[in-house]
Design a protein around this ligand. Structure first.
Ligand code: PAF
Length: 283
């Protein structure tokens, strides 16, 4: 059984006790409904740190008014089981009132890296992410924190935030984990019915196609985007939010594919807005 705490005070006491023993602490911030993708983050943290805290908090501040906050899947018992089996030491599962007390009015916001990709269709999203992640960093004060590359823009934004705000946490990005048939693991995959689940494969198929095109020498971003969009459009249940090519560090648009390029997409399949991407580290 893993210890689950709900208050900031309890987390601080536990982390303080570990610190007194000289132990290092890793944090895996999540919104729960954990899957193999989260488990890979926990595995990395357990490997790198003496103790691992997993936060499970569906952060209302990062959802727009018409988004899926109310329906976001939750299952704390299953999350606790996964965390325990992966060797995590503590779950922090606060209520919204614990994180956002009466009168809450301070935010962490970012321009630049939040402007493109998901920032266009989810204008308040990254303000919510930056605010909650900086709060979690202040509460847990971990040595390292782990984020998945599936949310590549989020990873770039958080790296920028800790640099800009001198937050002493090492940010570790971990690779995308996929189902056997290629679909990137996501808590939102549970929104898909059987037909949509099949249709959702168009994302990973298009990612693999894009990777192949780049491997074979394609460097023109506009052409890559248009070939990838054409492919997604062959699936009638898929509706493109964006397919784009940006610099992975600052999330600025790129015309030419080269080192450190992020090729990212968001595609609706039914109610689910799904993300996938690939990164070209060295060309
Ligand atoms: O990636 C997520 O699950 C969330 O955006 C995060 C980082 C836990 C912040 O709420």
């Amino acid at each position: 059984m893993i210890k689950v705490v709900h208050t900031i005070k309890e987390v601080r006491e536990q982390v303080k006790a570990w610190r007194t023993e000289g132990l290092s602490v890793g944090l895996v911030p999540t919104m729960g409904f954990l899957h193999e993708g989260h488990k890979s983050l926990i595995d990395s943290s357990v490997k790198d740190n003496d103790r691992t805290v997993v936060s499970v908090f569906v952060n209302p501040m990062q959802f727009g008014p018409s988004e899926d906050l109310a329906n976001y899947p939750r299952d704390l018992d299953a999350d606790a089981e996964l965390c325990a089996s992966a060797g995590a030491d503590l779950i922090f599962n606060p209520e919204p009132e614990e994180m956002y007390a009466d009168g809450f009015c301070s935010f962490v916001d970012m321009i630049g890296p939040t402007a493109e990709l998901c920032g266009k269709s989810r204008p308040i999203h990254f303000r919510g992410v930056c605010t909650v992640v900086s709060k979690l960093f202040n509460i847990v004060q971990p040595d390292r924190a782990y984020f998945g590359q599936k949310d590549a823009q989020q990873l770039a934004v958080i790296k920028r935030m800790v640099t800009d705000l001198n937050i002493p946490v090492e940010i570790i990005g971990c690779p995308i984990i996929r189902e056997a048939d290629g679909l990137a693991k996501s808590s939102r995959n549970t929104y898909l019915n059987e037909e949509e689940r099949k249709a959702a494969l168009i994302l990973s198929k298009t990612i693999f196609m894009g990777q192949e095109l780049v491997k074979n020498g394609l460097t023109d971003a506009a052409e890559l985007i248009s070939r990838m969009k054409e492919n997604i459009e062959t699936e009638p249940l898929a509706k493109i939010d964006y397919v784009d090519v940006v610099n992975f560090d600052d999330v600025s648009r790129k015309d030419t594919i080269g080192d450190n390029t992020l090729v990212a997409m968001a595609v609706y399949v039914g109610k689910a807005r799904l993300l996938d991407n690939f990164i070209i580290e060295k060309k």
